[in-house]
Ligand binder design. Structure first.
Ligand SMILES: C[S@@+](CC[C@H](N)C(=O)[O-])C[C@H]1O[C@@H](n2cnc3c(N)ncnc32)[C@H](O)[C@@H]1O
Length: 274
């Protein structure tokens, strides 16, 4: 949220994720700090728990769990078991600490994994899957959807959000400013729907959540600006500037409805693929 790195995706940012300053920024930015590093808010997540039909006997898979904020929030709310996959070791370290502090570590397992590779699970291992603001970083989401379908039990739900759906005109300069976290792929409306269908999913619901980007980015920008001196001291003026540019561009694109954040809820086939 604050001064993020340019060269290593989210990694070095996650090392400071739970420092007192970062916690304060998240509280000021989101209202409720659930340890998210995305456009997800607690209210949205509560509704998504219901959408996923989770119960205490569910096995949930979180693809790209980051520092396990949303994942531990769901587990603490529902009492289900959950597995988080994530590329960043620092995020997973913070995530395990968070699970322990919340007293849900016995229910949560984490694994470092690259979502560009086949998922490291037997077929039908999970009853639900979520992926919050991650798919735009995956090079081949078509294969990821197939792998997700394979990893789910019959008719299990898969919910994901994509903040990179092109719904208007976006310039090359805006694309650059909007992608400071490494590989980022923007797709046109209908693209995710087609790939889900190809992976055997039945689309149940699509919801436009673009407003959450504008709201949360504005909150993050205001919090950063209020703590500018401390942030610049911690990570330097260049990092502050890059993050400011990123958030301002996210706000501009979402308010113009040029780039949208969309939620997709889909159901795995009656017989899991594979
Ligand atoms: C915007 S963050 C969202 C984190 C978390 N879902 C949340 O809502 O707080 C995107 C996450 O995707 C992870 N990620 C990006 N590319 C990945 C990949 N190829 N495999 C696994 N995780 C990846 C990043 O490290 C980052 O933690």
């Amino acid at each position: 949220m604050a001064n993020e790195p340019q060269a290593d995706g989210y990694e070095s940012f996650y090392r400071e994720f739970d420092s007192p300053l970062m916690r304060r920024l998240r509280r000021e930015a989101y209202g409720e700090d659930i340890g998210q590093h995305s456009w997800v808010g607690s209210e949205e997540l509560r509704a998504d728990i219901h959408r996923l039909g989770l119960t205490s006997s569910s096995r949930l898979l979180d693809l790209g769990c980051g520092p396990c904020g949303p994942l531990t929030f769901v587990v603490a709310s529902v009492g289900c078991r959950a597995t988080g996959l994530e590329l960043s070791p620092s995020a997973l370290k913070v995530g395990r600490q968070r699970a322990a502090v919340l007293g849900v570590d016995a229910l949560v397992s984490t694994r470092q994994a690259d979502l560009n590779q086949p998922l490291p699970f037997e077929s039908g291992s999970f009853d639900a899957a979520m992926s919050l603001d991650v798919v735009l970083h995956v090079r081949d989401r078509s294969t990821l959807f197939l792998e997700t379908s394979r990893s789910l039990s019959a008719e299990a739900k898969f919910l994901f959000t994509d903040a990179g759906v092109i719904t208007g005109a976006v310039s090359n300069e805006e694309m650059r400013r909007r992608s400071p976290h490494g590989f980022t792929q923007f797709v046109v409306t209908g693209w995710n729907e087609r790939l889900l269908e190809r992976a055997g999913f039945r689309l149940l619901e699509v919801e436009d959540r673009t407003e959450s980007v504008s709201r949360n980015a504005s909150g993050r920008l205001a919090a950063m600006t209020a703590h500018r001196a401390e942030l610049e001291q911690a990570s330097g003026a260049a990092a502050f500037e890059s993050q400011r540019e990123y958030l301002e561009t996210a706000i501009e694109l979402s308010q113009r409805r040029a780039l949208s954040r969309i939620m997709y809820l889909a159901q795995a086939p009656a017989r899991s693929a594979g």
